[in-house]
Design a protein around this ligand. Structure first.
Ligand code: ADP
Ligand code: MG
Length: 616
């Protein structure tokens, strides 16, 4: 019998390895940034085109490579960073596998220009599909420039598998931010399709975080510091009241390397116990330093998990360090670390209903009656009182439904019969047919039994259909704000907002200005109040991030779903009779009254027969 086994040719082996190392453009960014940092660069510039699908270029002013090193760098398992297995336990560099450049060169058109400081001329190497197509001396500044074009040009399946430019750009920005946060002393820039996304100058940790996440971040940060024999912790946690609706701002770095650790995340969340509103996530930027011997990062080239020797000790230290900081900065109610969590009730007030402020108008007031008129006559003040009174009279005797339809948010019933036949007393005394249960359900009698509706879910369905309609036919009305609302966002969030701006404007938002890290809003949908805007947009951005749609239709859908979720009346809200009735009527005028936009059931019915069975 003849032998079958052969060694794979290098370019095939490289291509297979590339499948592990390079999953998407962001993986290339990560590898190149890490190489630049390992080379001691102080200045790193990143340029991408079409979300990195067409071009990724990373230019550094690090130590560069000699001609021989430049050629060697594309060989598999060629590295300057470790020499023996022992070195793995005292790793100071990001790289050590010697796989990245070989892998990238197997699946893209790569051009390397590099020059060490002490040499006159540099080296330029072009390589594609693992074979060098040209190599010549060139004039280039000290450092290294790596240009990666047409990623996956020879693996169409991979290329087609890439997500939309939006999604891929987000992955790139994520990687970029992680590296930039870990190395605040290095200058970084990131340009995408000619526009600057980040320009980060050398600074300290606090300022770097602020530069990345926007101007107001600074005042939200509480420093955390702890120094023990096995662990040094530094960094910041966000004040609890600024906790986000998404996990976007949670970062652990271990020995300057970004890592993910659900276990340590738990320790942080535990330190915040009792301080967070429901479904919010604290921001944190925590830098841990441990003995390289006590960790194993050799798990997988692209994985961000890490193995610690003594996880339990780290957990306890982290938790107590953060609790201590929160206490010291007076953001935690009690300082006792071992306190009973049942005592933590800073948000207990959230269930208390808010009183609607009353506008008191002195109708008898006439500024012209007074003698002192010319002394302090101000035209604005008298005018304001008059208009308030006028406004009130406009609506006296009008039902809440009419007010709503005047505001443009009224939804017409599809057919009177649908709602008319379903409910018992639909003619006349309809307000007696519903009541509220536990501030959560609306209960209504039916001809055949009873109907129990989840008020929050019902409202989200109503709003969802309304928003969908508004966005597609642009029928929404907006309320003008007296003063423009200025909200801070980070560069990436601003990019996302720009992309959905048109759809948002069709729901009633008016953006007067969108700058690099803030937006100015002069109009909002009639259905929401000004104080809700920030939370609502934050939720929307987080939803978009977690479920980025690729085409126009699903974007509209996602937007409507997210807004409907944020805007709907919550469980725990007291609804009066006509509000209950309103929700019931509008729900059954919906195209799909049975399910929320998230496919949860909205109501259940109990028939008389079912009830009777229970009594047998
Ligand atoms: P690793 O980083 O794991 O060593 P890479 O394939 O990423 O493997 O790089 C191979 C080698 O090429 C590195 O060990 C380093 O010596 C050299 N190299 C790569 N990028 C740069 C750079 N930007 N500046 C200087 N040397 C570099
Ligand atoms: Mg490397």
């Amino acid at each position: 019998m003849s032998d079958f086994i052969q060694l794979l040719p290098d370019h095939v082996a490289n291509q297979i390895a590339a499948g592990e190392v390079v999953q998407r453009p962001a993986s290339v960014i990560k590898e190149l940034l890490e190489n630049a940092i390992d080379a001691g660069a102080e200045q790193i510039q990143v340029v991408i085109k079409d979300a990195g699908k067409t071009l990724i270029q990373v230019v550094d002013n690090g130590k560069g490579m000699s001609l021989t090193d430049a050629r060697m760098s594309f060989e598999r398992h060629a590295t300057s960073k470790i020499k023996s297995a022992e070195d793995l336990f005292s790793l100071k560099t990001k790289g050590f596998r010697g796989e990245a450049l070989a892998s990238i060169a197997a699946i893209a058109h790569v051009e390397l220009k590099t020059k060490p400081e002490d040499e006159e001329v540099g080296t330029c190497i072009k390589i594609e599909g693992s074979s060098i197509s040209s190599q010549e001396p060139c004039v280039t500044p000290k450092g290294t420039s790596l240009c990666v074009k047409n990623l996956f040009y020879n693996i169409p399946a991979r290329r087609n598998f890439l997500k939309s430019d939006n999604v891929e750009t987000r992955h790139i920005i994520d990687e970029f931010q992680r590296v930039a946060l870990a190395h605040p002393h290095i200058n970084f820039t990131l340009h995408h399709n000619g526009s600057e996304l980040f320009q980060l100058n050398s600074t300290n940790y606090r300022q770097r975080i602020t530069n990345i996440f926007g101007g107001k971040t600074n005042e939200k940060l509480v420093p955390v510091n702890e120094d023990t024999e096995i662990l040094k912790i530094s960094g910041f946690v966000g004040k609890p009241e600024f906790a986000k609706r998404s996990r976007g701002e949670q970062f652990f770095f271990v020995n300057d390397r970004f890592i993910k650790s659900p276990y340590l995340n738990h320790a942080v969340v535990a330190a915040f116990e009792g301080l967070l509103k429901e479904k919010t996530y604290p921001s944190y930027f925590l830098y841990l330093e441990v003995d390289p011997k006590s960790i194993d990062i050799n798990i997988h080239p692209t994985k961000t998990e890490i193995k610690f020797d003594d996880e339990h000790a780290l957990y306890a230290m982290l938790r107590s360090a953060i609790k201590h900081s929160l206490g010291q900065f007076n953001v935690a109610p009690v300082l006792d670390f071992e306190r009973d969590s049942g005592l933590d009730t800073p948000y207990a007030y959230k269930d208390k209903g808010a009183d609607i402020p009353k506008v008191e108008v002195d109708r008898g007031f006439n500024p012209f009656k007074n003698e002192g008129v010319d002394a302090d006559y101000r035209p604005g003040s008298s005018l304001k009182k008059e208009t308030t009174a006028g406004w009130e009279s406009l609506y006296t005797g009008t039902s809440s439904e009419e007010i709503e339809s005047a505001a443009g948010s009224h939804m017409e019933f599809e057919s009177e019969e649908v709602t008319g036949s379903l409910f018992e007393n639909s003619e006349g005394k309809s307000e007696n047919t519903t009541f509220q249960l536990h501030k959560k359900f609306i209960v209504s009698t039916l001809k055949s039994g009873i109907l129990v509706i989840d008020q929050n879910r019902a409202h989200s369905r109503i709003l969802y259909e309304e928003l969908l309609k508004n966005i597609t036919i642009s029928a929404a009305v907006s309320q003008q704000l007296l003063f423009p609302l200025k909200l801070q966002f980070n560069a990436h969030e601003v990019e996302m907002l720009k992309q959905i701006r048109e759809s948002l404007e069709q729901t009633g938002f008016i953006f007067s200005e969108i700058s690099k890290d803030a937006v100015e809003i002069t109009g909002i949908p009639t259905l929401i109040s000004e104080s809700e805007v920030e939370m609502l947009l934050e939720q929307l951005l987080s939803d978009l991030e977690n479920d980025v749609p690729d085409n126009g239709f699903s974007q509209t859908d996602l937007l409507s779903r997210s807004l409907a979720k944020s805007m709907s009346v919550k469980s725990g809200t007291v609804l009066n009779g006509s509000e209950q009735q309103h929700i019931v009527n509008r729900l059954f005028a919906c195209k799909e009254p049975g399910l929320t936009p998230f496919n949860k059931s909205i109501f259940i019915t109990l028939t008389v027969e079912e009830l009777e069975k229970k009594f047998t």
